[in-house]
Write a protein that binds this ligand. Structure first.
Ligand SMILES: Cc1ncc(COP(=O)(O)O)c(C=O)c1O
Length: 411
């Protein structure tokens, strides 16, 4: 697997999983605080049964009428504002992002996108270009512009807190103007609504509404990337709900199939019709009946088990416990995030604002020895990422936080 790398200095050989735990070949149990795919729990029997049952009954592409596919699309659309009436299935978040851009390009007649600096949206040619964390700014193609995310702590603007959301949003019009001047023009602004690759940045409450105004004034579309934040991760079904915005297109992936590869793009009938008049889309595996059964089971499970409410409760407990650690460990610069996506920004205690990626990496390794799996994220690779399956409970949170306490003490 060239180009792919394993986690940890001494990689884990995981052979089995259940709920929030992974088990390795040598019989050790690890608390999974990193998973964002099997977010309704590893080995979830309801989802596994739905996949098996549909797999026995029928699996084909979406060229035939199929009740399961339609029922899942309707269940998913029911979680969105009423103006979302169209769902197109794909297999991956990358494909969904690519398709969202195809729609935006067809509707606007323009081809350029504005994204945030250090963003990640996937790995096809176009979506890779939109993933600005993956390559140097000098290599940015003419149809991609990136603006600084609203990092009030380490970002480039010196606006007072109350004006920062608008000040960072005001970086958008010059980026749009540059796309128009250079030729591609402006089709869309695309944004991950939990700002994962920027360390689950706590953005000002008015930031995305101010962005939305600029986007629509320039006749572009606002696209919400819900691959990380979607399906209850932040305590609401979709991450954009926290920001008071009305995106034109929403796409999701990872958690949507509970482990089965299925992703989707949602939009309005008007946008879908304008796009379909100019383009056609077929994806052999996208939204096949088994994929649809998996996503349908995830949607049912989330609703029946009150997963969003659970995430709000346990997520705020996790955040408060991490904040309590911050009061005792100087190397915690700040704790940020929403719901069950929390980041601990690790900084050099000798220079409080300087990110400390090496310390963060050392903590990740020690946490593994403690039996807890976390990761790092953020522009400086210094944010410890806690993103467990959404069914985690307070006792497991206590176990993880106690392990972190010891890992920080020994770092
Ligand atoms: C925010 C975000 N968008 C899109 C993607 C791409 O999803 P996939 O890996 O399924 O193509 C990812 C994957 O990590 C992601 O984190």
């Amino acid at each position: 697997m060239p180009g792919s790398h394993l986690f940890y200095r001494d990689p884990l050989h995981v052979v089995r999983a259940e709920g929030v735990y992974l088990y390795t070949a040598d019989g050790r149990r690890y608390l999974d605080c990193y998973n964002n795919v099997q977010s309704m729990g590893h080995g979830n029997a309801v989802i596994a049964d739905a996949i098996c049952q549909q797999s026995r009954q029928l699996t084909t592409h979406t060229r035939y009428l199929n009740d399961v596919v339609v029922a899942t699309a309707e269940k998913a659309l029911a979680t969105l504002p009423a103006r979302f009436e169209v769902c197109v299935f794909t297999c991956t978040g990358t494909e969904a992002c690519e398709l969202a851009m195809r729609m935006a390009r067809a509707v606007t007649g323009k081809s350029g996108a504005v994204v945030l600096e250090h963003s990640y949206h996937g790995n096809s040619r176009l979506v890779g270009e939109m993933s600005t964390m993956k390559y140097p700014a000098e290599q940015r193609p003419v149809h991609i512009q990136a603006i600084a995310p609203p990092d009030l702590d380490r970002g480039p603007l010196d606006a007072p807190a109350g004006a920062a959301g608008q000040a960072y949003a005001d970086l958008l019009p010059p980026a749009i103007a540059e796309l128009e001047r250079a030729g591609p023009g402006f089709a869309a602004f695309v944004c991950d609504t939990i700002f994962d690759s920027n360390g689950a940045l706590p953005v000002p409450a008015d930031y995305l509404t101010a962005v939305q105004q600029h986007v629509h004034r320039a006749n572009g579309l606002l696209i919400a990337d819900e691959v990380q934040a979607g399906v209850c991760r932040t305590g609401t079904f979709w991450g954009f709900e926290h920001h008071g915005i009305a995106p034109d297109i929403v796409f999701t992936g990872k958690p949507f199939g509970g482990g089965y590869p299925v992703a989707a793009v949602f939009t309005t009938r008007d946008i879908a019709e304008q796009w379909a008049a100019r383009d056609a889309y077929f994806n052999t595996f996208g939204g096949n009946p088994v994929a649809a059964a998996a996503a349908g089971a995830v949607l049912d499970y989330a609703k029946e088990h009150g997963i969003c409410e659970h995430v709000t409760r346990v997520g705020s407990y996790l955040q408060s416990q991490l904040q309590a650690l911050a009061a005792r460990h100087a190397m915690i610069h700040r704790v940020q995030g929403r719901g069950l996506f929390q980041c601990v920004d690790i900084a050099d205690p000798a220079a409080a604002r300087s990110p400390a990626p090496h310390l963060a990496q050392a903590v990740v390794e020690t946490m593994k020895e403690e039996g807890v799996l976390i990761g790092v994220t953020g522009r400086y690779d210094n944010c410890l990422k806690f993103r467990p399956p959404l069914i985690i409970d307070e006792a497991a949170v206590d176990f993880a936080v106690a392990a972190l306490d010891r890992a920080l003490a020994s770092a």
